[in-house]
Design a protein around this ligand. Structure first.
Ligand code: GCW
Length: 721
């Protein structure tokens, strides 16, 4: 080899090395989410060769679909598909009714099959040529179909002989950002708000397009930009211009923008004397404000409202009901096709009754009184996004009022961003729960998707975990929760395990043994958190305000129902909240057979025992152990599961790029330490109350109770006001 050749070789090798190092450094920081489009080891024979839009008109949505295909194919197949203008053999053919399909009659799916957002994926012949058809009524249907197709391709699934029809089971599939205008995210553990209000609209962060792509890829079609603890300022022209700039980016991806409406806005922004919803001046103010919003954002989705809850203003300040408040706003958005999402997360400042009873007490009498375009948004459980709660008794109890379910993607109560807790299983448990309000099989999912009561509107909302962290969600595994939310909103009957598997294949690896291992970790992760934080139906034992770490001893806050003590009621004699007839009787808010099952000590599952019952420490559990033994064993089981997850993850070394591998390893270490902390602090406290020795073989907490009580975290992230 001559010197020149040698130098060229060295230079080429160096470039290769540099580029692979660069790729490692840049490509695997989690930014690409599940849209990594990892190259296939072998390009299948059935892989498409070209893509063509059989349309007379190309909308921005179809442009987005085409560019996603080009980007993905370049990555998955190694070369981008050719973009053709004629249908050739092995083409991917995109088309819709809306784009003026230029295909033979009868090729398009009809509206009965796919509705306004569904699609078909079909291996078929057009003009005698074998093609794959991605077709819908609407262009957004095509985009969803494209993402489905790409998901299959990048998961290494067969893409020959496709015959798929898919349509969403719920209409409104929204993220709810709890983002303040100063970019602080309430209960956010992944950096600041991605909404860069100060630099908008002059600077529109390209990240918003990736946000839109990610959301569209899982079927999310709406986003409420601002915190439900809301600031009226977002409704001023200065901010509406910024909102419009965001809406412009999201529109091609089928995502509508919603805002939170502060009920006292007429007073705060324009000095009205009142915000009474029955006052004509207030009604006129909201109508004008709404019209103004629609001038900026013609397809504005509507308002999300937290009223008369935790200090927020609302109609009850004027002696009016939630329905009267919601209906005033509903009337203002109705001419524009907007909706109002009115939250049922209310509990009184006077604590008149068991907090978990209050939403039901307040809302059930209002059934039938809400305007047609109001949905009442109900958290999955009656308390507050705890690691485990029974389903909310409102599901099934309001046949005349569309009820949306609100899930919390951000892990306020499940370990922030460092604990691995896959929430697919938590949500599946709730959605599959049988309310029995209209006979057996009236699942929460069937209420939410409108099947049971034929609701005019249906929807699911997820409190976002997105922030400015490069990996969006605070951790790689928290991306799975965003993903699972979207997939479940599309199909509330989907299996959490299937969703985990498809996420793993796109995010980490297609190798079956790797997929099995990671899926296994995910599937047991949430129960581990329940075990080491709040087993056996215990709840809300976390640190005051920031909700970080254990603090079951707190019993002296401004109001009783904010204290852990209120929820566990532990004394020398026993532990648990009696919600049967002899106590608050919250169990009675459930349909007969469910109430009976949970009210009886014979039939209540261990997992909800202390949610519904106060029992002595030596109460005999189903497995013959005492309650105290069982409680301590649950803590141990939670820690053991985390240790298992650690070794499963360690066994994947070499299968996962080092950047993501190391971060997950570190986070699992944190989780293990904190699981131990939860166990030790909880046991130290319970023992101070029950004076019982630890069951044989159980190690005593390494510190005394005072030590655990002394820990303080004034700067824990994500705090509220
Ligand atoms: O879970 C609680 C949170 C509050 C939140 C509230 C709500 C936005 O601790 O931070 O406020 O629920 O859902 O309104």
């Amino acid at each position: 080899m001559g010197l020149k050749n040698f130098i060229t070789h060295i230079a080429a090798a160096f470039c290769l090395l540099a580029s692979s190092l660069f790729q490692q450094a840049v490509a695997e920081d989690g930014y690409e989410l599940w849209l990594r489009y990892e190259k296939l080891e072998q390009v299948p024979k059935s892989a498409p060769r070209s893509v063509v839009a059989a349309c007379s008109d190309l909308s921005p949505t179809l442009d987005a679909a085409l560019s996603e295909i080009l980007r993905a194919s370049a990555s998955i197949l190694g070369t981008p598909l050719k973009q053709g203008d004629r249908i050739s053999r092995h083409a991917l053919v995109l088309t819709s009714e809306a784009c003026g399909a230029t295909l033979p009659n009868g090729t398009l799916p009809n509206a009965d099959e796919v509705g306004t957002e569904g699609y078909v994926l079909q291996s078929t012949l057009i003009n005698g040529k074998p093609v794959t058809l991605i077709a819908a009524q609407s262009d957004i249907g095509v985009l969803y179909g494209v993402f489905d197709y790409l998901r299959r391709m990048s998961s290494g699934e067969a893409i020959a002989d496709l015959d798929v029809i898919s349509r969403p089971k719920t209409q409104l599939r929204l993220l709810n950002h709890w983002d303040n205008l100063d970019r602080h995210v309430e209960r956010g553990y992944s950096g600041q708000s991605i909404w860069d209000w100060h630099r908008l609209p002059g600077y529109v962060d390209p990240r918003y397009t990736d946000y839109a792509r990610a959301n569209a890829s899982i079927g999310i079609n709406g986003t409420s930009l601002t915190n439900v603890n809301s600031d009226a300022t977002v409704l001023t022209p200065h901010y509406l211009e910024k909102v419009a700039a965001i809406a412009d980016v999201l529109r091609p991806y089928g995502i509508k923008v919603y805002l939170t409406a502060r009920f006292s806005a007429p007073i705060e922004l324009d000095g009205l004397a009142t915000a009474d919803p029955l006052d004509p001046a207030v009604q006129t103010w909201w109508q004008a404000k709404t019209d103004e919003i629609y001038d900026y954002v013609p397809d504005f989705g509507g308002f999300l409202v937290k009223a008369n809850s935790e200090g927020q203003p609302g109609p009850q300040d004027y002696g009016r009901s939630h329905a009267e408040g919601a209906n005033m706003l509903a009337k203002a958005v109705a001419p524009h096709g907007g909706v109002v999402m009115w939250r049922a997360f209310v509990y009184s400042a006077e604590e008149p009754e068991d907090r978990v009873r209050q939403a039901y007490t307040e809302f059930v009498p209002l059934d039938g009184q809400f305007a047609e375009n109001v949905l009442v948004q109900v958290k999955n459980g009656p308390l507050d996004f705890q690691p485990r709660e029974p389903f909310h008794p409102l599901f099934g109890a309001m046949p005349e009022t569309p009820l949306m379910i609100e899930l919390q993607i951000t892990k306020e109560y499940l370990g922030f961003s460092t604990h691995l807790a896959y929430l697919g299983t938590l949500w599946e448990e709730v959605l599959a729960a049988d309310t029995k309000t209209k006979g057996d099989g009236t699942t929460v999912a069937s209420v939410v998707d409108g099947e049971t009561y034929d609701y005019a509107y249906t929807g699911m909302a997820g409190v976002s975990n997105i922030g400015t962290d490069r990996n969006w969600a605070g951790s790689i595994f928290d991306q799975a929760n965003w993903y699972a939310f979207g997939r479940l909103a599309w199909n509330p009957d989907a299996s959490a395990e299937d969703i985990a598997r498809e996420w793993v294949k796109q995010t980490f690896s297609r190798k079956p043994e790797v997929v099995d291992e990671i899926t296994d970790m995910m599937m047991k992760s949430r129960e581990a958190v329940v075990d080491y934080m709040t087993p056996l139906g215990l709840t809300h034992l976390m640190g005051t305000g920031h909700h970080y770490g254990p603090a079951p001893w707190v019993d002296d806050l401004g109001r009783a129902d904010w204290t852990p003590y209120y929820y566990h009621k532990a004394t020398r004699g026993g532990i648990g909240f009696d919600r049967t007839e002899t106590g608050s009787d919250a169990v009675d808010q459930y349909a007969g057979p469910v109430a009976q099952e949970w009210a009886s000590l014979e039939t209540v599952p261990d997992s909800l025992l202390l949610w519904f019952h106060h029992v002595p420490w030596d109460y005999e559990m189903q497995d013959g152990s005492t309650l105290w033994q069982s409680l301590v064993a649950h803590y141990a089981r939670g820690i053991t599961t985390v240790a298992e997850m650690q070794s499963e993850w360690a066994s994947l070394k070499g299968e996962i790029d080092s950047e993501r591998f190391n971060q997950v390893t570190d986070y699992l270490n944190i989780q293990h330490e904190e699981a131990q902390w939860w166990r030790d602090a909880s046991i130290a406290y319970w023992q101070s109350i029950n004076q019982l020795p630890l069951p044989a073989g159980e190690a005593p907490p390494p510190h005394d109770l005072d030590y655990y009580k002394s820990l303080s975290f004034p700067n824990a992230p994500g705090q509220g006001e």
